[in-house]
Design a protein around this ligand. Structure first.
Ligand SMILES: *Cc1c(COP(=O)(O)O)cnc(C)c1O
Length: 223
């Protein structure tokens, strides 16, 4: 499958979710998740007009960036070991997986500019998922006040791998409610306007529930 053909289908689904909820298409960004594919395939996505790319491992990010250059916007979306922060910190525009204070401390120590971060939330409660529990999030946001290298641009979650719409919507709504609460605090270090949620299986539902960034791998570039 050509990336362009996949993108056309994804675009149709995004448009129809927007229409259903009376949202503007311009509120939503597609992040191409290229972790399963070669740099050449990632380049095909860039040529199809994608300008945001996500990788979940430092090595993968560096390998793709070597080929695609720094024209795209780069997102680190995987769980991040503190000792790996220094290898990616000057290479990324966004980190989607801020989930603990020790990681915030390492980012603060290594960053040469302010880094746009998403706080990762385990909205499903699955033991296998990374992220803070919803009940911990507000406290964590307050604790980030002293880190001037971190700007909290939004919240991120991974929903369970299920086709059960009720479960998916519940996770996405939990994230949106938390986002709204934090946004209402009007903290200058945590504007928190964005919702990074929705993957190949559930991006349409995520957009109906308010997503502003969908992270799409398989459905866009293949496995
Ligand atoms: C792999 C991955 C995705 C994309 O998954 P697909 O189901 O292939 O679209 C999105 N977000 C994160 C954090 C991932 O690790």
């Amino acid at each position: 499958m050509k990336v362009q053909d996949n993108l056309t289908r994804i675009e149709q689904e995004i448009q129809s979710a927007c229409k259903k909820k009376n949202r503007s298409r311009s509120e939503i960004k597609i992040i191409a998740v290229t972790k399963y594919v070669t740099p050449e395939r990632a380049r095909e996505a860039m040529n199809a007009g994608i300008d945001n790319f996500g990788e979940n491992r430092p090595e993968g990010l560096l390998a793709k960036q070597e080929v695609l250059g720094d024209k795209p916007v780069w997102h680190f979306i995987g769980s991040l070991q503190s000792r790996k922060v220094k290898t990616i910190i000057d290479k990324v525009d966004y980190i989607h997986s801020l989930d603990r204070l020790s990681l915030a401390e390492e980012i603060q120590k290594r960053a040469n500019k302010q880094i746009k971060c998403f706080v990762q939330v385990n909205s499903s409660g699955e033991a296998s998922k990374h992220g803070l529990s919803p009940a911990e999030v507000i406290h964590f946001i307050h604790a980030l006040k002293s880190f001037d290298k971190i700007q909290v641009v939004g919240l991120m979650t991974m929903a369970p791998n299920t086709d059960d719409e009720v479960i998916l919507r519940e996770c996405f709504r939990t994230l949106k409610e938390l986002r709204d609460q934090i946004e209402n605090l009007k903290l200058d270090y945590a504007p928190c306007h964005e919702l990074s949620m929705g993957m190949s299986n559930d991006f349409g539902i995520a957009i109906e529930e308010g997503s502003t960034m969908v992270r799409i791998g398989t459905a866009l570039v293949g496995e």
